[in-house]
Design a binder for this molecule. Structure first.
Ligand code: G6P
Length: 472
């Protein structure tokens, strides 16, 4: 058995500069935690972009050596790659298309060409490290062409692909001039995973209609290969969040924050800056709460964390301005000398402080217009160790399929979101507990470690079936 190579656009570290010298920060993200157990084993490695432009070849060589020590191999992107592949095709074409924001899709040939070029760059970096019997696990929409590029060079390798964002209906996929090579690219894998059954169904339907390949119970027969497609809803590191919620450090931070905030009820929202997250819609529903129920003034506030992201892309910059204006409008309309309705933070927070926010807030308000999975809602639920708290969750998040005991809302229906807030603010302690216990059981059972194991076990099954099929 060969080694496992994990490939994602971003490495599980991010590169910054301190006094002109490269400085690495390890990522505490869900994927890094989950795959950590794999990539630390034996000769396994992680290949990806360190997340910044490095001009100086000497610095590139230094970074290469440093990362090598940590079992990672960098793929360096030029400024043009960053503009055309990362910001361009990945985030101005695929991201809006896959999240149903068709009005934002950029149809630029040079973006597509860069996408092909950078996927090839990743392929070359992998080929330098890969042996023919290795397992290569490719992640996410930035690398859709990679499975086929690898298959062409390593016909017997075990190649898996997981899509972390939604896979849209055939009606959207057909709009893309590059729909065929995109689907062919993905079909280079032996196993293709999505978060939800709906994403999987959309993919199979597009493969049927565009590539003419049918499937039987999720198995596509392509030339002389079998490809399995299925749903594997990603989980979180449940223990990490539940233990942290009760840790002394978190309790101390909660204590400090509570002293500053007083006894008001707290709503919490945490997102990357992204139009798919429905942040303006959420703010409008919150504003309406005070119009319909003025008794909540000075009694309820929203802690809203927006983590800076992709702010070089026009739509993201405009969204930031819209959010700033809305928050300004709400706060200026209702604030009193000792109360502010929206505590708005445009920055990332350390884990302990996020954990304290989860622990101390009464309502988790997670209302994306479209989201592949959304892990924030799972982290909120896992942190509620006293089984008190209410989750309001968008039907459009992949997680809603598992978290049926949340108050589920259509995020476009402002009246329903306001109503859900009113309901959550008045929910009995008993009902909060019943709902939370049920959701906690679900996400504890299928945590991030289980997700990795189930996916990897399936990959072995598919490979065995493949051999059986090819020997016939
Ligand atoms: C989503 C995507 C990831 C991506 C992350 C952050 O979760 O599924 O692939 O890495 O957003 O976005 P960024 O553009 O900063 O990598």
């Amino acid at each position: 058995m060969g080694k496992t190579i994990i490939v994602s656009n971003r490495l599980p570290i991010s590169l910054d500069y301190k006094d002109g010298k490269p400085d690495f920060k390890t990522s505490a993200g869900g994927l890094a935690t989950g795959l950590g157990s794999i990539f630390e084993e034996a000769d396994n490695i992680w290949i990806g972009w360190p997340g910044n432009y490095v001009e100086d070849p000497e610095q590139r060589a230094e970074i290469f050596l440093e990362l090598h020590e940590h079992k990672m191999a960098p793929v360096f992107l030029t400024q043009e790659d960053i503009e055309e592949f990362y910001e361009g095709f990945s985030n101005e074409t695929l991201w809006p298309a896959f999240h149903y924001f068709t009005q934002y899709i950029a149809y630029e040939r040079r973006f597509w060409e860069a996408y092909v070029r950078v996927n090839e760059k990743f392929c070359e970096a992998i080929l330098k490290k890969a042996d023919p019997d290795d397992t290569i696990w490719v992640h996410d929409y930035q690398l859709l062409l990679l499975p086929k590029m690898l298959r062409d060079k390593l016909p017997n390798a075990t190649i898996a692909f997981f899509q972390h964002i939604p896979f849209p209906s055939y009606e959207i996929i057909r709009m893309l001039p590059w729909r065929r090579p995109i689907l062919e690219g993905m079909c280079g894998a032996d196993l293709i995973g999505f978060h939800t059954y709906d994403d999987m169904r959309h993919f199979l339907s597009s493969v049927g209609r565009i590539l003419g390949l049918s499937n039987e119970s999720g198995y596509i027969q392509a030339e002389n290969r079998l490809i399995n497609v299925d749903a594997f809803p990603m989980g979180i590191d449940y223990t990490k969040y539940s233990e942290s919620a009760d840790s002394e450090t978190t309790m101390a931070v909660v204590e400090k924050f509570k002293k500053q905030l007083g006894s008001q009820k707290l709503l919490l929202s945490i997102d990357r800056l992204d139009y798919s997250k429905g942040i303006p819609q959420r703010l409008k529903a919150f504003d309406q709460l005070f119009k319909l129920y003025p008794e909540y003034k000075e009694k309820v506030s929203l802690i809203m964390v927006v983590v800076p992201s992709r702010d070089t892309v026009k739509e993201y910059r405009e969204l930031k301005e819209e959010i700033d204006t809305l928050v300004g409008r709400i706060n200026s309309a209702y604030s009193t000398l000792n109360w502010v309705p929206v505590h708005y933070f445009y920055r990332a927070f350390p884990f302990e402080e996020l954990s304290a926010f989860y622990k101390m807030s009464n309502i988790g308000l997670v209302t994306p217009l479209r989201d592949g999975m959304n892990l924030v809602c799972k982290e909120f639920v896992a942190s509620k160790t006293d089984q008190q708290g209410v989750l309001i969750l968008s039907e459009m998040a992949g997680a809603s399929k598992e978290l049926q005991d949340a108050i589920l809302v259509n995020p476009n229906n402002m009246d329903k979101v306001t109503e859900a807030l009113h309901m959550a603010l008045n929910m009995s302690e008993e009902e909060q507990k019943t709902r939370l216990v049920s959701m906690q059981e679900t996400i504890k059972r299928y945590d991030i470690h289980k997700w990795v194991k189930v996916f990897m076990d399936r990959l072995k099954v598919v490979k065995d079936k493949q051999e059986e099929f090819q020997s016939k």
